[in-house]
Structures are given as C-alpha cells and as structure tokens.
Design a protein. Structure first.
Length: 237
C-alpha cells in the first residue's frame, strides 16, 4: 500500500501509536481509545486492520506495537504535524490553545515539498511548541548541510530505515549514528566531541548526570551531552 493512498484515519492511529510508543513500547487499546475519543470496540477493529496492512503487531488484550513500516509512516505524519505547530505559533502567531487542532487539519494535505520548505524557513527546528522532538526527515542525508546544498530533490534517495533521537531513547538503547540535524554552529559543536555519522552510540540513564544532559557512550568514550544535542543526534536502532 503506497503512502499517498493511506487514509487520514489510519494516519491518526499511527500518529497516536508513535506518540505513546515511539521506542517499541506496547500501547494499550484503552490508551488509544482515550486519546482518539473512539470506543474500544472500534479501536480493536482498526488495530486488526492495521495489523493486516503490516503497520503494527497487535496482541489482543495487551495492545499494539508499530512495525518498521508503520513507524516510517507515523514519523512522517508526526513530523509534519509538529513542524506545522511550530510554524503556526512562531510565524503566524496563532493562539497556543488553537495550534494543535489546526495542525491536525493541515498535516494530511501538506506536501513533502512544502514540509521541506517549512523546515528550511524555520531553520531545522528540533522541538514543537509542546517540547516534543520533531522526527528527522526521511532523506538519505548525513546532516542538514547536505540538504542546503541539494538543488534537485527529485534525485534524492529516501532513507530505508527509521531513526530516533538520543532524547527519545530508553536506557541501554544503542545503535549507529545516522543523521545529525542543526545549523553550522551546532554541527561544529557536535563534531568537536568527535561524534559523527557511523559511530556506535549507546545511551544509559545516569542519575548522576547533570540536569538536562544525557549520558552516552560513543565508540567506548563516555560523554555527557546537553539536551539540544540529544534532540538532534539520530541513531538507527
């Protein structure tokens, strides 16, 4: 099933699943029912449909987990939603209490080209107004510098795997650094710590870490990085 044929209803389900279980956590039918405002029986029927489509793994009476394909779609629609929220608040100055609903209405029709333009105009934002991490784009780039220099996006290959930022990881998660987001200054600060695409990175929760920092191991070197870096360093799990 191609992404351009996915219904808004399916996108909404996948978006809620991502919001509550982006790192492989199982999301209960009760939680989905509450967040979506839909009766549990109807949620169960949709979860069975989503499993048949290959977007989730569903266990009756326990809940659902996104598959890699479901995660790909969920991240894309979540990215559009959160970038739109940032645009509505920072540029259009829409009242904070109204931006979520308006972003929900707009996200399903926002083209990939418009999303990319918004990202560039907003200088590659890492957080939405509610301080939730904006997922990385799905272009097969190492950093935003490559995006800036790209003239013909029709020639760009899309990434075949999903990413999570360091700040989205659970304790003892590990993977390969595959994308680093940010302006030249942030990219230079990250490079100065010898963190680069291709490094193996492991995150471990550390109670002794300084507030608003993340304790990571990069190629056997222990580092404490600030939250701004953690939001913008993405690893392939």
């Amino acid at each position: 099933m191609s992404e351009d044929k996915i219904s808004e209803n399916i996108e909404e389900y996948l978006e809620v699943l991502y919001r509550n279980g982006s790192n492989g956590e199982q999301v209960s039918t009760t939680k989905l029912s509450k967040d979506l405002g839909i009766a549990p029986g109807s949620v169960t029927q949709m979860l069975k449909k989503l499993e048949n489509l290959g977007y989730i793994n569903y266990t009756p009476y326990k809940g659902a987990i996104l598959t890699d394909e479901g995660m790909k779609i969920a991240q894309k629609i979540t990215r559009k939603h959160r970038i739109l929220e940032k645009f509505l608040m920072d540029v259009l100055k829409i009242k904070e209490e109204n931006i979520h609903e308006q972003a929900c209405e707009m996200e399903h029709t926002l083209s990939d080209e418009a999303e990319r333009a918004l990202c560039t105009m907003l200088h590659n934002p890492d957080l939405c107004p509610e301080d939730n991490v904006i997922p990385a784009c799905d272009f097969d780039f190492d950093s935003c510098k490559q995006c800036y220099s790209q003239k013909d996006f029709d020639q760009v290959i899309n990434r075949k795997f999903n990413l999570l930022s360091v700040s989205e990881l659970t304790s003892d998660s590990e993977g390969t650094v595959s994308f680093i987001r940010g302006n030249d200054e942030l990219l230079d600060d990250i490079a100065a710590l010898n963190i680069q695409v291709g490094n193996h990175l492991k995150y471990s929760f550390n109670e002794d870490s300084v507030d608003n920092s993340y304790s990571i191991m990069v190629e056997d070197k222990e580092l404490n990085i600030p939250v701004e870096m953690a939001n913008n360093i993405f690893i392939r799990i």
